[in-house]
Design a protein around this ligand. Structure first.
Ligand SMILES: [Zn+2]
Length: 221
């Protein structure tokens, strides 16, 4: 049933009836898509609570707080009331969406979203510049997260650059310098597919259009 996925927003906002709640929680145990959606929504809902606490539409705020904050419903007229809670929940979700779209996602949010992808795959990234490395990626999202430890430091005029190397050659996929303790976590966007190679080179500050040095670490997707 496809509608069950759409319950995630209502669930996050506490707007499901007890029966729907049971059904959705059972579904949640088997559906990564809904779990990912919930993680996303939960962050948004927390942000919304802050945003809503400011002046704005006092009436909506009161209703959201009254409806969403109240877990117990009188048995009488539950259907009508459940429906009105849904409208409030929808309005609240719309507010969250507007709020979220209004600001770029943080690195942590992007990483979380990628790592929650249902088609997530992970490959090792190895090479002389790195102790341990991995690349977790989603073919469907065309995004991945490179994680490395024991990275050699680069001098101040240099940067590491990642590349996605496919049939048409290398495509720039992000610049980074390791932290002081030699770790890095980099979000990579680009044409990700099986067979593409993630490569890492040392480049002049600001990066290059094409790799100018040898690949110092890499892995094949
Ligand atoms: Zn689902």
């Amino acid at each position: 049933v496809s509608e069950i996925h759409d319950q995630a927003a209502f669930y996050a906002l506490g707007a499901l009836d007890p029966d729907e709640l049971d059904e959705f929680e059972a579904h949640l145990g088997t559906c990564e898509r809904c779990r990912a959606e919930l993680r996303r929504l939960s962050a948004g809902v927390a942000l919304m609570a802050e945003a809503v606490a400011e002046p704005a539409p006092a009436d909506l705020r009161e209703r959201v707080m009254a409806e969403v904050g109240n877990g117990s419903l009188p048995a009488i007229d539950r259907p009508r009331r459940a429906w009105s809670r849904r409208l409030v929940a929808l309005a609240a979700v719309a507010a969250v969406v507007v709020f979220i779209l209004g600001r770029p996602p943080s690195q942590a949010e992007r990483v979380e979203e990628i790592l929650a992808a249902s088609d997530l795959a992970t490959v090792d990234v190895r090479g002389p510049a790195i102790q341990t490395g991995s690349f977790a990626y989603s073919d469907s999202l065309d995004q991945g997260v490179f994680t490395g430890t024991g990275l050699q430091a680069v001098v101040s005029e240099e940067t590491y650059q990642l590349w996605l190397i496919g049939p048409d050659g290398p495509i720039p996929a992000g610049l980074f310098v390791p932290t002081d303790d030699g770790t890095a976590e980099v979000v990579v966007e680009g044409p990700i597919a099986p067979g593409v190679v993630l490569g890492m080179t040392v480049e002049p500050d600001g990066g290059s259009d094409r790799p100018t040095g040898p690949v110092v670490a890499g892995g094949e997707l």
